[in-house]
Design a protein around this ligand. Structure first.
Ligand SMILES: O=c1ccn([C@@H]2O[C@H](COP(=O)(O)OP(=O)(O)O[C@H]3O[C@H](CO)[C@@H](O)[C@H](O)[C@H]3O)[C@@H](O)[C@H]2O)c(=O)[nH]1
Length: 487
């Protein structure tokens, strides 16, 4: 049987590329070749972060081949403006993807048997359906946020949002009797963005939700014990998390990522090795958050006030100069190997914006959280971490709408002295990790009996063309079939 080739297509954002790359690495371990498609802009960044050594590809040593498509924007466009990029991709990506699949076949002899599309790139499912190959959707945020998206018609009927997706009033609601309470601040597409942008995002979501129906295979980076209510609310959503780099008890995280946009500063691992166990405050706000100068200063002074060692990620694009504040106890890096950092025994707590990947990574390492949500889904993730899972605390704003240096010190002291939080975090860590051990539920979802087999093909679905729509016997010439479909 020939090795199946899966094409993986993330939205060009770090919080989407990272989990889809880890998923790709697991697919490769399960015997698939993977074509991982970034936009040209992101592809260059990824190659540069790896010192321009891609390391193989389908026809080389590695089963993961990194390729790129244009994003459809002009040469002068601001490619850090994710909304502009997404809008252009919605319009232009399907045709470019179809061309890529055809070029792979004609130029490289590679037959793509399945497309795994980020939910924000749902247009790819139409292409998969058009050319008769399988489509799988990957949702990069929490299952709860997908449950919320699935409930849009109900939210409108119940008067919680208007037909533009914006909350009618501030109120709490439940998606079902067992679902955690949400408030209108949990409606991620309307949180932290202006109403015009919120409306554009809402229309894109509604459109994407219709397209997701083209496939039965919905995957997410979560676990059955982490989000039982949301997963039973969206029964076809299969959790395959926590999606983590390979870990070794002695060496920590050993697996290399093929998806980082910035080079990882590994000097922080040596620095962590010098710190006492459970002593360091790790501070990182993902790939998109920006602070104004005043808030940035409060963070810096608050960290100094704690009088504890800290490791702080300050991205180069943050427009703030951290060196004025470093003090004696802190280490500041432009980009860390976050998973390596969180699994280091020196880490005591995680000051986080609560992006879903950071949430999953912190929970999987049993690290208590100090939650600082900034936009979108991060507000619900914060509530979930603090009120449902009880593994963290939130910060309160002062009268100037800032999180003050004193507040930072008070909450750091409080979270580090809270035995319940620490013990809840340890229990949850074990539960999360059990899902990816032999026999674990996410592992089962990923192994041959579930998705990988669906991707490779089973029961009458051809193991080569893997077509949903056109089951063929295992003795047929499936590649010819696919060739004729594409041709
Ligand atoms: O120094 C760093 C900082 C971060 N990371 C990684 O970058 C990713 C960041 O992802 P996430 O925590 O989800 O944050 P964002 O980059 O902000 O992600 C966006 O996408 C997520 C998934 O949809 C949403 O949950 C977030 O709200 C949204 O901001 C994680 O895998 C981190 O491990 C590093 O490797 N090094």
């Amino acid at each position: 049987m020939s090795v199946p080739t899966v094409l993986v297509l993330p939205l060009p954002a770090q919080g989407h590329v990272n989990p889809m790359m880890i998923f790709s690495q697991r697919l490769a371990e399960n015997g698939c070749n993977v074509i991982f498609v970034n936009t040209e802009f992101i592809h260059k960044k990824v190659l540069s972060s790896m010192g321009n050594q891609e390391g193989g590809g389908v026809n080389g040593e590695s089963p993961i081949k990194l390729v790129s498509i244009p994003d459809g924007l002009g040469p002068d466009a601001d490619r850090n403006n994710l909304w502009e990029v997404s809008d252009s991709l919605m319009k232009n990506m399907p045709a470019m993807l179809e061309k890529l699949i055809e070029d792979l076949r004609l130029k490289d002899g590679i037959i793509v048997s399945c497309v795994v599309a980020d939910s924000a790139m749902a247009g790819a499912l139409k292409i998969a359906s058009k050319i008769g190959i399988k489509g799988v959707v990957f949702y990069p945020a929490s299952a709860a946020m997908l449950a919320l998206q699935c409930s849009i018609p109900k939210l409108i009927d119940d008067g919680i949002i208007n037909s533009n997706g914006l909350p009618n009033t501030q109120k709490t609601f439940q998606l079902s009797a067992s679902f955690p309470h949400m408030d209108t601040g949990s409606i991620w597409w309307a949180k932290g963005v202006d109403s015009v942008l919120g409306n554009v995002m809402f229309n894109n979501i509604v459109h994407a939700m219709q397209t997701l129906e083209l496939t039965e295979w919905w995957l997410c980076n979560s676990t059955p014990d982490l989000e039982p209510q949301a997963l039973s609310y969206v029964p076809k959503l299969l959790p395959i998390g926590p999606l983590l780099r390979r870990y070794d008890d002695n060496q920590g995280v050993t697996e290399r990522s093929l998806g980082q946009f910035l080079e990882e500063d590994l000097s922080c691992i040596n620095w962590l090795d010098q710190q006492p166990h459970t002593s360091v405050i790790y501070v990182a706000f993902g790939s998109l958050t920006h602070f104004d100068k005043k808030q940035f200063t409060e963070v810096a002074l608050g960290l100094e006030l704690t009088n504890r060692p800290f490791l702080w990620v300050v991205r180069q694009d943050s427009n703030c100069n951290p060196h004025e504040f470093k003090g004696n106890q802190g280490k500041i890096v432009k980009w860390a190997s976050q998973q390596k950092v969180l699994s280091h025994p020196a880490i005591a707590c995680f000051v986080s914006h609560c992006g879903w990947n950071s949430t999953i990574e912190g929970l999987s390492n049993g690290v208590p959280f100090l939650c600082w949500p900034c936009f979108g889904d991060q507000f619900f993730n914060k509530t979930y971490i603090c009120d449902e899972l009880k593994v963290g605390l939130g910060f309160d704003l002062d009268e100037n709408e800032l999180i003050s240096r004193e507040e930072i010190k008070v909450k750091v002291d409080k979270v580090l002295s809270d035995e319940n939080i620490r013990s809840n975090a340890h229990v949850l860590k074990e539960k999360m990790l059990n899902n990816i051990k032999d026999g674990g539920r996410s592992r089962e979802n990923l192994n041959k009996n579930y998705n990988t087999d669906q991707i490779i093909g089973q029961d009458g679905c051809c193991s080569n063309c893997a077509s949903f729509t056109m089951p063929c016997s295992r003795t047929c010439q499936p590649n010819d079939d696919l060739v004729s479909k594409i041709g």
